[in-house]
Design a protein around this ligand. Structure first.
Ligand code: HEM
Length: 462
């Protein structure tokens, strides 16, 4: 083993161990590595690695498209709305790490699960996705508070620590089950109306648009809740109840922060779940065997069209596998960012200074044949423990909600929403594609969305 790779390996071990150990400084191959004070914040350990940058490769050693090449890819080769596919093509051309320059942007792209995990492990105490100066300026101008998506540092940590207990604990999130079921009930009624209104009495056109409305019905419920709380306060009654009440009455957030948090939770939750559900239904419609297996599982756990309860979900591994596989194929956030503000970063044998902008290419990682055999096929079985189709894959190969302390705060709510909606729809209908419907490819509009409307046939089950 050459010295460089031995050093890199040791360093990687340091990085891996960081979650459980505080690592003492050591000297290796004439290079001095010193782990600084390790501090624990949530699950995240920060270790400062002091190194001599000159001994490593740097950003200047990375290959990648120039500005002119990027313009050619985007506007001549037609990748402007297919940046997810461009990740895959660039990975083939340059390998799992490359540099892109576009105007003021200078970005290091990482597209293998191993490199993605190395970035996240070194993301620092208060991870930053990217700088959003215009958004901040706009909110400053209007005297509005920043929300979770843009705040950084201690301010972000303060808001997150108020939201986390109610958003990430399964027991707490289960309390939303009745509200979600109410919305799913409305969705079923609307699907039924639309289907009956159609010419063939089965087809629901542009399903994503319908599911979007379903996601947004949280909005109405929140307005309703605010009005209820106002009335309670006016009547001098004590506030009790769920999430909003908690946010407004915990005294840890300003009113402006509560408003922006709610807005961001709404924005974060609408497109993401509606697109994922559309893709799940699109794939199930084309894969009768998977749909049948899902139907049989749902019926066995919830016979007679019973509404699934949160505790039933532990007996529905295939339902969960369907959502996982959907998010692997169509990660609604196809690429994410990390701007390392606290510390330098070492990835394999590259060194990057603070303030390097990384682009985590989740789409390319979750479509890698090395991780997922037959990656372009919808195979929920690959996520089932003990199934002949299941196999080990790198834990960072498909992380649609992100990973680490800045990962999606709505993950649990999103999952609950999608499990309930999908199981209820499949209880009631057999889903089929329209006759001769062509395949629908995804496109990137910040999020990964269908490139054309998805029309599906909903046949009532006996
Ligand atoms: C299929 C559904 C969803 C997916 C795939 C998804 C994915 C993501 C991803 C990848 C991030 C960035 C994480 C990171 O930087 O490491 C994120 C952040 C976030 N998501 Fe979601 N999301 C979904 C649903 C939701 C829902 C339902 C909500 C709200 C109830 C939500 C609220 C948020 C918020 C507020 C953030 C910012 C968190 C922070 O910066 O601390 N998301 N989401």
């Amino acid at each position: 083993m050459c010295i460089l790779s031995a050093v890199t390996r040791t360093l990687r071990l340091t990085v891996h161990r960081r979650q459980t150990l505080s690592v003492d400084g050591f000297v290796s191959g004439g290079r001095r590595f010193k782990s600084g004070a390790s501090k624990h914040v949530g699950q995240n350990w920060l270790t400062t690695i002091e190194t001599t940058p000159g001994k490593y490769k740097t950003i200047d050693d990375l290959r990648g498209p120039s500005l002119a090449t990027t313009v050619y890819w985007l506007f001549v080769k037609g990748y402007a709305d297919k940046s997810h596919a461009m990740q895959v093509e660039h990975k083939k051309l340059y390998g799992p790490i490359w540099r892109s320059r576009f105007g003021p942007f200078d970005v290091v792209n990482v597209a293998s699960p191993e490199l993605i995990s190395q970035v996240i492990r070194q993301e620092g105490r208060y991870p930053v996705r990217t700088e959003l100066p215009h958004w901040k300026e706009y909110r400053d101008m209007r005297g509005q508070a920043y929300g979770l998506h843009v705040v950084t540092g201690l301010q972000w940590y303060r808001i997150r620590s108020v939201l986390n207990p109610k958003m990430l604990k399964l027991a707490e999130v289960s309390a939303y089950a009745p509200v979600i079921h109410q919305v799913v009930g409305d969705l079923l009624q609307r699907i039924e109306r639309l289907r009956l209104r159609s010419q063939d009495h089965t087809t629901v056109p542009d399903l994503t648009a319908e599911l979007y409305k379903f996601g947004f019905e949280a909005q109405g419920l929140i307005d309703h809740k605010l009005a209820q709380m106002d009335a309670q306060v006016l009547a001098g009654k004590k506030l009790d109840g769920m999430y909003l009440t908690y946010l407004l009455s915990c005294d840890k957030l300003t009113l402006g922060e509560v408003y922006i948090s709610i807005t961001e939770l709404l924005l974060g939750g609408v497109d993401t779940t509606s697109n994922t559900l559309s893709w799940a239904l699109y794939q199930l419609a084309r894969d009768a065997a998977s749909q049948d297996r899902l139907y049989r599982e749902i019926v066995s756990v919830c016979p007679g069209r019973q509404q699934p309860r949160s505790e039933d979900l532990s007996r529905m591994p295939y339902l969960k596998a369907v959502i996982k596989e959907t998010l692997r194929m169509y990660p609604v956030v196809p690429g994410n960012g990390r701007l390392t503000v606290d510390n330098d970063v070492v990835l394999d044998n590259y060194w990057f200074p603070k303030k390097t902008q990384f682009h985590l290419c989740h789409y390319a990682a979750s479509h890698d044949e090395g991780e997922f055999v037959d990656a372009e096929s919808f195979r929920p079985e690959r996520w089932l423990r003990g199934d002949p189709e299941s196999y080990q894959h790198h834990p960072y190969s498909s992380i649609p909600f992100g990973m680490g302390v800045r990962a999606c705060v709505g993950k649990r709510v999103a999952e609950l929403e999608m499990y309930f909606a999908l199981s209820r729809l499949i209880q009631h209908y057999e889903i089929q594609p329209e006759d001769g419907a062509p395949t629908t490819e995804p496109k990137t509009r910040t999020l990964l969305i269908p490139s054309k409307p998805i029309n599906l046939r909903f046949l009532p089950r006996a």
